[in-house]
Design a protein around this ligand. Structure first.
Ligand code: ADE
Length: 231
């Protein structure tokens, strides 16, 4: 899968891209990541990519020309244009089913915002898939783009190594359940003891316990969420 990242801050990605799972996927040629600096498409001497909003108001707005032309150029680079995603707090909230959909594309073009936003014509012309990673405002789309890459890459066949593992994670598949609690050695730590059933060797009892623990955690989380939503 190919990721093209359009940003004013390509250097923000260097640590992330070197991280083990992603570096391995890149090494195995399952994933390619190309960074593109939007500023390279600026037209004027000062390489300006933003300007003040018509009608006044705070902040700066991305100018249409550099962004539209950068996206169009990048979409021509690969064999197929790539699905255009704009990271924005105004977008549709990312969830696991959206991640699964995104993992089905041959390529994603991830457009990262900064400033107060984009000139509306960028959105009208390019018709991107607008995605938010949550109802809060980040300083830019870069961290959100990393979230998208991270959640998508681990679904690609062969990337996780153990294919079961992605499937069993919280929110995968049909059930959308929270995962059961996991333990490893030691059996006791600071007075906290691993549930006996997990060390019993009784596989069906373990399976039942996990099912029940998962159900309990899912219900507790939902109740907590409802409380928050009801204020
Ligand atoms: N850019 C700024 N805030 C964002 C958010 N919550 N999700 C995606 N992109 C963003």
């Amino acid at each position: 899968m190919r990721f093209d990242i359009l940003t004013l801050f390509p250097e923000l990605f260097s640590g992330y891209v070197g991280q083990s799972l992603l570096a391995k996927a890149i090494g195995a040629q399952r994933v390619t990541i190309q960074l593109h600096n939007i500023r390279d498409w600026a037209r004027d001497r000062h390489r300006q990519v933003d300007d003040r909003p018509f009608g006044g108001g705070p902040g700066m707005v991305f100018k249409p020309e550099p962004v539209v032309e950068c996206v169009e150029a990048v979409q021509k680079l690969a064999g197929s244009p790539g699905h255009l995603v704009l990271l924005s707090p105004k977008g549709r909230r990312l969830d696991q089913s959206k991640v699964e959909e995104l993992a089905g594309y041959e390529g994603l073009v991830l457009l990262c915002g900064r400033y107060e936003g984009f000139d509306q014509r960028i959105i009208d012309i390019l018709q991107p898939d607008e995605i938010s990673i949550g109802d809060y405002v980040l300083n830019g789309g870069e961290v959100a783009a990393m979230v998208v890459i991270d959640s998508v890459v681990r679904l690609l066949p062969g990337v996780l190594g153990d294919e079961q593992s992605a499937w069993q994670d919280s929110f995968s598949g049909e059930r959308r359940q929270i995962e059961y609690a996991q333990y490893t050695r030691p059996r006791e730590y600071r007075g906290h003891v691993v549930p006996d059933v997990l060390t019993s060797g009784d596989h069906s009892a373990v399976a039942r316990w996990r099912e029940e623990d998962s159900r309990r955690r899912t219900e507790a989380r939902r109740a907590q969420q409802m409380e928050i939503e009801e204020g």
